[in-house]
Design a protein around this ligand. Structure first.
Ligand code: GLU
Length: 430
C-alpha cells in the first residue's frame, strides 16, 4: 500500500455515544459517501475544512477593564463559489460546532443550486449580558481581524443565532472603512436601507413554511386539519409559526429558552409576539397552559418544527415524538442517533439542510442585487424563493427514493455528489 495514500474509506464509522454536532454531521456524511461510493481521496477532501481560524478579540469594557473574547471562522469548502454562512454569538460557541455548521452550509448551498461554498463563524460571548456598545466593538474587531478572509468573492457572512441586521450593518461598515469605499455585497442580512433584500428577514421561516406544506401534501394533510408545534420563538420559529397559521394550520404549542406553552384551541401568535416584544422572552405569556420543554417536543401534533438549536431530538426522546412531520428550522436539531428511531416510527423528517435553506437562498438574492445594484420587489423575492425551495424539495425527494433512504441521507447524497463532481471538473491544483 502506498503510505502517502489516505486510509481507504470503507464504511460509515459507528455512531459514538457522545453526541456532538460535528460527529452527527460526519455520520450522515459517511453514510451518504458510502452509498455514493465516493473515492477515498475525495472523501478526505470533502470532510476537511479548507480553513479553521481562531482569533482573539480584546475589548475595552465600560469600566476600563480589558476582556478577551474568542472568535471563529471556519470555511468548510469553496469549490462552488465564495463561502457563505452566518455568524453566531453565544456562550457555548466552539470550533467543533463551527465545523459542523460550516459543512452544513456547503451541503445546503449545493442542494439549493446556489453558487456558494459553506462557512460559519461565531464569537463565544453572552450577548444577553452585554451592552449594545460592547456588541458593536466585538463585531467591529471580529471583522477587522478577518479582513483578509471576508469579501464578496471570498467569504460572505450573514446573521445566525443572536446576530441581526444591525450586526450585519456594523460588519459592512467596518469592512468598507478599511476598503475606503462602500462594499455592500460583503455581508447579507443587512438592513434594507443599506442594500439588504426585501424578504430576507422572513426567508428562513418562509422556506420552512413552503417545505412543510409540500410534505403535508405528500401525507394528504390539509392545513385546516393540521396541528403544529414550534420550538424556538426567534426569527425562524416565530415566522414559521405565523406563516403556517396564515395558511390555516393551528399552532398548538410554542416555546423558547425561557418557557413552553400549549393550547389545544390554538395559540394567538400576535399576542405571543407582543408579549415577547415587551418582555424579551415567552415566560409569563398568558393564553396558554405552561408545559415543560420536554413536553413541548412530545406533544400530540401533526408537525413539529424544532427551530431553536442543535441536539434537541436525541436517542433519549426520539421514541416519544408523536408528530408525523418534523421540519428542521434549526441547524442540527436532531442527533445522528435519533435518526433511525424517527425513521422506524415513520416520521417524515425534512432535514435542516433543506428545511432552513430559505435564509441562505435570499442571502444569495441579496448578494446578486448588491452586485447588480438593482433591487427586486418582495413579490419577485418570494416567488423565486418558493420556486427554488420546491425544486430542491423535489430533488431531495427523488434522491431519497432512488437510494431508498431518508430525506436526510437523500439530501446529503445530492449535495456531496454535486460538490464531488465539481471538484472532479476543477481538478486539484498543485
Ligand atoms: N445563518 C443562516 C443559515 O444557517 C443563513 C446563512 C446565510 O444567509 O449565509 O443558513
Amino acid at each position: 500500500m502506498d503510505i502517502l495514500q489516505p486510509a481507504v474509506y470503507k464504511e460509515p464509522a459507528p455512531i459514538l455515544d457522545k453526541e456532538n454536532p460535528f460527529e452527527s454531521m460526519m455520520h450522515r456524511f459517511d453514510v451518504a459517501a458510502h452509498l455514493l461510493n465516493l473515492e477515498p481521496g475525495v472523501y478526505e477532501y470533502l470532510k476537511t475544512p479548507v480553513k479553521q481560524i481562531i482569533i482573539s478579540i480584546p475589548i475595552a469594557m465600560d469600566n476600563g477593564e480589558i476582556k478577551v473574547f474568542e472568535g471563529y471562522r471556519v470555511i468548510h469548502n469553496d469549490i462552488l463559489g465564495p463561502s457563505k454562512g452566518g455568524i453566531r454569538y453565544a456562550p457555548d460557541v466552539s470550533l467543533d460546532e463551527m465545523k459542523a455548521l460550516a459543512a452544513w452550509m456547503t451541503w445546503k448551498c449545493a442542494i439549493m443550486n446556489i453558487p456558494f461554498g459553506g462557512a460559519k463563524g461565531g464569537v463565544r460571548c453572552d450577548p444577553g449580558k452585554l451592552a449594545p456598545l460592547v456588541i458593536e466593538k466585538i463585531t467591529r474587531r471580529y471583522t477587522a481581524n478577518l479582513l483578509d478572509i471576508f469579501g464578496p468573492d471570498r467569504d460572505v457572512p450573514a446573521p445566525d443565532m443572536n446576530t441581526n441586521e444591525q450586526v450585519m450593518a456594523w460588519i459592512m461598515d467596518t469592512y468598507s472603512m478599511h476598503l475606503r469605499r462602500t462594499e455592500t455585497a460583503v455581508v447579507t442580512g443587512k438592513p434594507q436601507i443599506l442594500g439588504g433584500s426585501l424578504g430576507r428577514r422572513e426567508a428562513t421561516g418562509r422556506g420552512c413554511m413552503i417545505v412543510t406544506l409540500t410534505a403535508m401534501e405528500k401525507l394528504g394533510l390539509k392545513p385546516k386539519d393540521t396541528t403544529i408545534v414550534v420550538q424556538g420563538f426567534g426569527n425562524v420559529g416565530s415566522t414559521t409559526a405565523q406563516l403556517l397559521a396564515e395558511k390555516g394550520c393551528k399552532i398548538i404549542g410554542i416555546g423558547d429558552v425561557s418557557a413552553a406553552y400549549y393550547n389545544k384551541k390554538g395559540i394567538d401568535l400576535a399576542n405571543a409576539s407582543e408579549w415577547v416584544k415587551s418582555s424579551r422572552t415567552l415566560a409569563g405569556f398568558q393564553g396558554a397552559e405552561r408545559i415543560s420543554q420536554e413536553e413541548l417536543l412530545e406533544l400530540e401534533c401533526d408537525v413539529l418544527v424544532p427551530a431553536a438549536k442543535e441536539d434537541q431530538i436525541t436517542h433519549r426522546n426520539a421514541a416519544k415524538i408523536k408528530a408525523k412531520i418534523i421540519c428542521e428550522g434549526a441547524n442540527g436539531p436532531t442527533t445522528a442517533k435519533a435518526d433511525p428511531i424517527l425513521q422506524e416510527k415513520g416520521i417524515l423528517v425534512i432535514p435542516d439542510i433543506l428545511a432552513n435553506a430559505g435564509g441562505v437562498t435570499v442571502s444569495y438574492f441579496e448578494w446578486v442585487q448588491d452586485r447588480v445594484g438593482y433591487f427586486w420587489s418582495l413579490d419577485r423575492v418570494n416567488s423565486r424563493l418558493e420556486r427554488m425551495m420546491s425544486e430542491a424539495f423535489i430533488s431531495v425527494y427523488e434522491s431519497a427514493e432512488r437510494y431508498k433512504v431518508s430525506l436526510r441521507i437523500g439530501a446529503y447524497i445530492l449535495a456531496i455528489d454535486k460538490v464531488a463532481r465539481t471538484l472532479k471538473l476543477r481538478g486539484i491544483y498543485g
